[in-house]
Design a protein around this ligand. Structure first.
Ligand code: SAM
Length: 280
């Protein structure tokens, strides 16, 4: 039975009938922590709902609710509802371990296949720039795969930088294999000489159009940019236009090699990563 139906069945009689319809259909599970999003009409019943989740799923030790993802650092606003007050997770994926505080860091399970794909790229001997490194979602698996020469990771959120450092250490990545640059990527990257990177990862939603000038400054001739964003399913060219326009300004050319669907984003809208070769 689906999550929502199960909750509706178990909470019937405890929550007014018309509000049962408003129960969430999905949830985020990170280790034994369940994170739900509740509509305003259900706030009065939040503890009741959390209690029921812990009863239905005995492996759930903590229930929290996400209220919104805010501000420049897209920090989640997470409220503890019930269970153990243990917010530190050691999430294992793709032969890597990621440690972070669920109250302060966002984790998208839906991006898992993309993290795996990026880690398997033919990156032998490459200098890679991870423009929006977060806690090491891509930097860690790429370095763990062992092909890249070096990853230069940019990140402006000090909380994410703290976990990025920690995760590189936890995954036993040698310090000479990476450089962490705190601050605004679009400014920090411009301090690097032209054509410093073989490959650039631009993993940010909405599409980081604002950093395309910097990416074209840093990328080598024949280098690859992985540009993320959303577009109507089957129409990645809408997103590719951003790169073509930036290339026109920078007097270079873009060749779309592959449009990878990462996950559904909204009705008929998908999250894409475009693999783009830049010819200078
Ligand atoms: C959500 S993460 C990337 C997720 C990743 N692509 C994945 O597969 O899960 C994006 C990161 O970019 C950082 N960020 C956003 N804008 C930035 C900027 N202008 N300069 C530096 N970091 C930035 C955010 O703080 C966040 O940690």
């Amino acid at each position: 039975m689906a999550f929502k139906e199960l909750l509706q069945k178990e909470l019937s009689g405890k929550i007014p009938k018309e509000r049962l319809e408003l129960l969430p259909s999905g949830y985020q599970q990170i280790e034994n922590i369940t994170i739900i999003k509740l509509k305003p009409e259900l706030q009065k019943f939040k503890k009741e709902i959390a209690k029921k989740i812990m009863e239905i799923f005995p492996y759930v030790k903590t229930v929290m609710q996400i209220k919104q993802i805010n501000g420049k650092f897209r920090q989640p606003k997470i409220e503890f509802l019930l269970g153990a007050k243990n917010f530190l997770v050691n999430y294992r994926e793709n032969n890597c371990i990621f440690q972070f505080d669920v109250r302060k860091i966002m984790w998208s399970k839906g991006n898992r296949s993309e993290r795996e794909r990026i880690a398997k790229l033919p990156a032998e001997g490459e200098i890679i720039m991870d423009f929006f490194a977060g806690i090491g979602y891509w930097t860690v698996p790429i370095l763990k795969a062992g092909k890249a020469k070096k990853v230069i990771a940019f990140e402006h959120n000090p909380e994410a930088v703290k976990w990025l450092k920690k995760n590189l250490e936890l995954n036993k990545i040698k310090p000479e294999k990476y450089e962490i640059i705190p601050g605004e990527t679009e400014k920090e990257t411009m301090k690097f000489p032209k054509a410093s990177a073989d490959r650039i990862l631009m993993g940010l939603i909405p599409a980081p159009k604002f950093a395309l000038g910097a990416a074209l400054h840093c990328i080598k001739n024949n280098g690859i940019i992985h540009y993320e964003g959303t577009a109507v399913e089957g129409k990645p060219e809408e997103l590719f236009k951003d790169v073509q326009e930036a290339c026109e300004k920078a007097k270079c050319k873009a060749d779309l090699l592959n449009a990878q669907i990462v996950k559904d984003y909204a009705p008929k809208i998908v999250h894409y990563t475009l693999d783009i070769k830049i010819l200078k």
